[in-house]
Design a protein. Sequence first.
Length: 257
Amino acid sequence: MLLAIDVGNSSTVVGLFEGDELTHRWRLSTVERRTPDELAMVLAGVLGLDGLELGREVSGLVVGSVVPAATESFRAMGVRYLDAPPLVVEPGVRTGIAIRHDNPRDLGADRIANAVAAEALYGGPAIVVDFGTAISFDVVDRDGAFIGGAIAPGVSTSTEALVQRAARLPNVETVAPPSPIGRSTVTALQSGIVYGFGGQVDGIVERICGELGPGVTAVATGGLAPAVLEACRTLDHHDPWLTLKGLRLVWERNTDA
């Protein structure tokens, strides 16, 4: 079985694949400075919740990370605790799609995995809107190439900054209020957050679609997508495990060759 790990700035998403089927998945907090042994203990623990063993069931490891220190710890953990060498998505790894970006080395592994999965599962042109610490818009053109996109501050990132800077604004749950007209400070904040980010997403997606032409598929992913998904009118699909699926595809394209 293949262990796919998507290390983001806030969360680390772990998926276990049997063939092309995602059979198990877990979401953990990202801790930048864990040692390889600590990572092995954490992964063994979450696998054990479902009666699985790290060294027995797992035959491969693919890692996509935007946290450099964590990248190296996962790489070392894979070498030490698994029979097969880990695959880290980084420059030089075969993706199976063209990367038409001014500086491909600047791209996060999650954006590459999103583009790979979107091209394989939905075809081009496509936009992946990934709701994480940032909201990234990853664009696949009609030829199936990754051509860039946009990056905006994330839902939690922006909300936390606002609450920290405004002494009288409380922390609120990110859910849609009963009405876009907030009748309390809490519901006014919820309206601004949910409908504000929904409008932002729609505005960016519409502008990108204006350049790509007709027939664009827009896919939402990321842990914070459900918070604003219903406020967006331009998103066609919600695929919460899209990045893991892209990591699996990258693994296959590098191990089958």
